[in-house]
Write a protein that binds this ligand. Sequence first.
Ligand SMILES: Nc1ncnc2c1ncn2[C@@H]1O[C@H](COP(=O)(O)OP(=O)(O)OP(=O)(O)O)[C@@H](O)[C@H]1O
Length: 219
Amino acid sequence: MQTLLSLQDRSLGWGDHMVLPNLSISVSQGERIAVLGRSGVGKSTLLSALAAQQDGPRIALVPQDHGLVGSLSVFHNVWMGRLDDFGTARNLATLIWPRATQRAQVDAVLDRVGLTGLGRRPVAELSGGQRQRVALARALLRGGQIVLADEPVSAVDPAQGADLLRGIADRFETAIVVLHDAALARQFATRIIGLQAGGVAIDAAPDAISDADLAELYG
Ligand SMILES: Nc1ncnc2c1ncn2[C@@H]1O[C@H](COP(=O)(O)OP(=O)(O)OP(=O)(O)O)[C@@H](O)[C@H]1O
């Protein structure tokens, strides 16, 4: 399988703060990767390094803080996922006079994430779980070869989370998703990467990893 993203012997950190020294990870087409590990271990740092690769595949992002503009409508926030597909004039026209076809495309992804009928609502008026689903809808609209999603279902219940993860898997052949629910990770992933104390402690298929192995990540 083709390698879509790769970090080789990279040391990831922020300024003088080293988070993941000498890290090597490759992501192949078709993999669904769940990244697990304690708070602060470097899951978001890993995703941001993968997302920053130059001349790579088309990536859809679901950031942990959602990256939404509260004063804009749900429609406009979702449409942002495709801004780089169009020129400035077309984007300005969409901002002012969204076309029926554009509304229909956004409505389809809003239906998929359970936000039917909320397109005109300002994001600032939504709940945390609804905002999270707007960020996911934006990635679904964008599409691409790979999605990088940082805790995209942390604010919804496990059944809804499982359904939204199926939506991700249906839309994207390759996915890297940070999760904190080990059961959801087992359901979703073809590969689980567990980070611990500055490095990769687990990197295997879910069937090859015991619950005790996963619990140790948080021990
Ligand atoms: N933008 C930033 N600037 C400086 N330090 C940062 C930044 N983002 C993260 N860090 C630091 O890097 C380390 C790893 O953070 P990171 O957000 O990658 O962890 P995480 O595993 O995603 O945590 P969580 O599960 O709480 O989201 C932490 O010590 C954090 O304080």
